[in-house]
Design a protein around this ligand. Structure first.
Ligand SMILES: Nc1ncnc2c1ncn2[C@@H]1O[C@H](COP(=O)(O)OP(=O)(O)OP(=O)(O)O)[C@@H](O)[C@H]1O
Ligand SMILES: [Mg+2]
Length: 259
């Protein structure tokens, strides 16, 4: 049986013995996770959620993480986004060891390197769609006119140019999730993370969001890691990994694996 580490590694090209071995650089890893452990402590008890997890995701890949509720999918995504810290182990994003970054460097990492789409959109209800999308650029000091122009361009990409002046609170759930996707991508992050992005939507809107994420992945050459219980979303990935007993093993979009 293959170990989880072997399975999630990048396939090594096989060549015949007579061939001259030429070093082939593997596709650049956007994410490399080594021996990741996360233990939550509450009082005297411990919950070991991630237990020596390894993961390598190459540029341009779209990876789905599946597994039952409580398996640790959100915990893993939060650590990849530097929103939480591992108990032990190493996380590299584009070759940088997140554990070695200062607080200021981590803030810059979150603002520039990762885009995050949550199950609930977390938009600012009283701000317009355009302002919500522009927020990551405004936070880093981009001039307002430039940030709003970029936001309009992304709202067009997600099919919401007509709604750009609506306040986020006036939009439907599916529209709000489109705004959240535009906001996650406006700063051109190296990595898009999505935690149950269709979890709060009806089947029709969930399918539309799944299609949109796939379309954006291709047109913008994204690297995407998403956690989902939705088979339609999982099937659209290049790889499905199941989080089981704290490690990642090869998974499928079968209902019983999606939790
Ligand atoms: N801050 C925390 N403190 C203590 N325990 C936590 C904390 N966050 C998560 N846990 C526990 O870690 C485990 C994994 O939770 P997590 O939210 O990562 O699961 P999940 O796979 O995302 O589940 P779901 O599919 O329901 O979203 C759960 O048992 C949860 O109760
Ligand atoms: Mg979760």
């Amino acid at each position: 049986m293959m170990t989880a580490a072997e399975n999630v590694g990048t396939p090594v090209p096989v060549s015949s013995p007579s061939e001259v071995q030429v070093a082939q650089p593997a596709a650049a890893a956007v994410v490399e996770v080594i021996a990741l452990r996360k233990v939550f402590r509450s009082g005297a008890s411990e919950i070991v959620v991630l237990n020596g997890l390894n993961l390598r995701v190459s540029a341009g890949e779209r990876v789905a993480i599946v597994g039952p509720s409580g398996a640790g999918k959100s915990t893993l995504l939060h650590i990849l986004a530097a929103l939480d810290t591992p108990t032990s182990g190493t996380v590299y994003c584009q070759g940088r060891d997140l554990g070695a970054l200062s607080d200021a460097e981590l803030a810059a990492f979150r603002n520039r390197q990762v885009g995050f789409v949550w199950q609930r959109h977390h938009l600012l209800a009283d701000f317009t769609a355009e302002e919500n999308v522009a927020m990551p650029l405004l936070l880093r000091g981009t001039a307002r006119a430039e940030a709003l122009a970029a936001a309009r361009s992304w709202l067009r990409e997600v099919g919401l140019q007509e709604r750009r002046q609506h306040r986020a609170g006036q939009l439907s759930g599916g529209e709000q999730q489109r705004v959240a996707i535009a906001r996650a991508l406006v700063a051109h992050p190296a990595l898009l993370l999505a935690d149950e992005p269709t979890g709060d939507l009806d089947a029709h809107n969930a399918e539309a969001i799944a299609q949109l994420l796939e379309h954006l992945h291709h047109t913008h050459r994204l690297t995407t890691i998403l956690a989902t219980h939705n088979p339609l979303l999982a099937r659209r990935s290049h790889r499905i990994l199941r989080l089981e007993r704290g490690v990642l093993v090869p998974g499928t979009a079968a209902e019983e694996e999606l939790g």
